[in-house]
Structure formats: C-alpha cells, structure tokens
Design a protein around this ligand. Structure first.
Ligand SMILES: [Zn+2]
Length: 273
C-alpha cells in the first residue's frame, strides 16, 4: 500500500480533479451533497494510513480508498471512458491522467470515502503504524492475552498488517502465531518488533521496484511463508504447515515457531469427526 500511495502521488499529486465518474453503486461509503462535488479541487498529495490510501484535497477534505483483498487501482494515461467489470469509481485529473478503482469477486469490496475537514471516518481508532515508536512501546509493554496472529491483524492494535505480513513476520521471529502476547519474554517482544518492521520495509522496497498493475493481491507472490504451505521454511527448510479456517489459513513452521508441536488444523479435524 505504501508503494502504491507513492506511485499514485507521483502520477497525480498536484493535479486538479476534473471529473469523478461513479461507476459502481456500493463503493462510496459516505454521502456527498451534490453541490459539494470534488470537481475543481486540487489533489495535493497521496499518502497512506493503515490499509487506506489517503488523497488530500485543497479544501482540507480527504478521499480515502480501501482496496480490500480483491480491489485494484489502474492509472490510465489518458483516462479511458470504459466501464470495466467491477468498476467502482474513476477520478479524471486535469493533468490527463485517470485513476480507476475496481474490484474482482463479491467479497471484501473496495470502498471509498469523502471526509470533511477534521473527520477521521474509518481512520478513527486505527492503531499505530509499525514504524512508529508507539508500536514498539505497545509491543514491549502490552499485557494483551490475544494470540499474536490475531493481534497483528487487528487494525485497532496496529495499522496496516494483513495475514501475509503476519505469517512472514512471526516465522522470522520464531514465534508461534498462537502464543499470547502477554506470555512473551522481553527479548521475544523486541525480536517481533524488529521482524515486523523488516518484513514491511523489504516489501515496500520490492514493490517500489515493480512496474505494471497496481494490484494489492499481486503481493501474494511476494510473501516468504504466507500461501506457501508445503514449501520449505525460508529459515530452516522444513515443509511449512498450516491451520485452516473458513476463509483463510495461518502458515507456520513447527521447527522454528512451535518447538516441534503440530497445531491442530481445525478444518481437517472437523472433517475427520
Ligand atoms: Zn523453519
């Protein structure tokens, strides 16, 4: 998301919004009065907060875009006039660039918000960014009893980490996804902070290198552990294992992360009953 925000900022930062084409019915999550459209506003810059792209406008309003799992964002030069399947919205900029938000599939729809000055909208209550000192302080001191994998994915605890980064960071830190945070030693906590940060900064570095489509799901191939059950653990080479849920799985190495213990695969054990 960070690399995506940077690319978008380079493409449209400073441009004036010429037109907003609403292409999908469900994408806009806020009500924008018709006399307060976005046309004519300067798009000052594009940043990121958690998993949201934040487009800052000259009137101090902000536009948020959340791509979810199946969303993608295309930069069009010049802007197209098509309405592709799954299209949500197209921003046409005065600099001859179009930004199209679209989505595949039916679950986890991409959405966008127009926030008045000072309105935090869905950004309200997001936890600290992993690179902030507040995250380090939190991980060093929190007595939260939840599992590490659950905590890292909780956007109110820490913002911007999904399943993929959680799997990868826990593998590198040698910690079980199902350890409770309050059970960790100080050195475990320190290592976890460091590995979360290194996994994220490496991902940003590699995304900055990549050209082509701006699709978040494409990141899937960039993970070292996530989605790689059966493949060798990047640390020790043992085949990676998983715990399956209805809609996702947690991937881990039993040698590196669970002291050789096999975690119950709930879906599998239910099938066997
Ligand atoms: Zn391993």
């Amino acid at each position: 998301m960070q690399a995506l925000a940077e690319r978008l900022d380079a493409a449209v930062g400073g441009a004036v919004i010429a037109q907003v084409e609403m292409l999908g019915f469900s994408g806009l999550k806020t009500v924008v009065p018709p006399d307060q459209g976005l046309e004519g506003e300067e798009l000052i810059g594009v940043g990121r907060r958690g998993k949201y792209l934040v487009l800052s406008l000259s009137s101090s309003r902000r536009v948020l875009v959340h791509l979810s799992q199946a969303g993608r964002l295309d930069i069009e030069v010049p802007p197209k006039h098509t309405k592709p399947r799954g299209a949500v919205v197209r921003f046409v900029l005065g600099n001859g660039t179009g930004v199209l938000v679209r989505e595949h599939g039916h679950e986890r729809k991409a959405g966008w918000w127009v926030l008045a000055a000072g309105d935090e909208g869905p950004l309200d209550g997001l936890g600290p960014e992993p690179q902030e000192k507040a995250f380090e302080d939190l991980l060093r001191t929190s007595q939260d009893t939840r599992h590490l994998h659950t905590l890292l994915r909780d956007q109110r605890f820490v913002a911007g980490i999904g399943r993929g980064y959680a799997d990868d960071a826990l593998n590198r830190a040698g910690l079980s996804p199902f350890s409770a945070l309050n059970s960790l030693s100080q050195s475990d906590r320190t290592r976890l902070v460091a590995e979360v940060r290194s996994v994220l900064s490496e991902a940003i570095a590699s995304e900055r290198q990549r050209t082509g489509g701006l699709s978040e799901p494409k990141l899937g191939t960039a993970f070292a552990v996530h989605n790689r059950v059966g493949q060798p653990c990047p640390v020790c080479g043992e085949p990676l294992l998983r715990v399956s849920y209805e809609s996702h799985e947690v991937v881990y190495c039993k040698r590196c992360q669970t002291k050789g213990r096999l975690l119950a695969d709930r879906r599998l054990s239910r099938l066997l009953k």
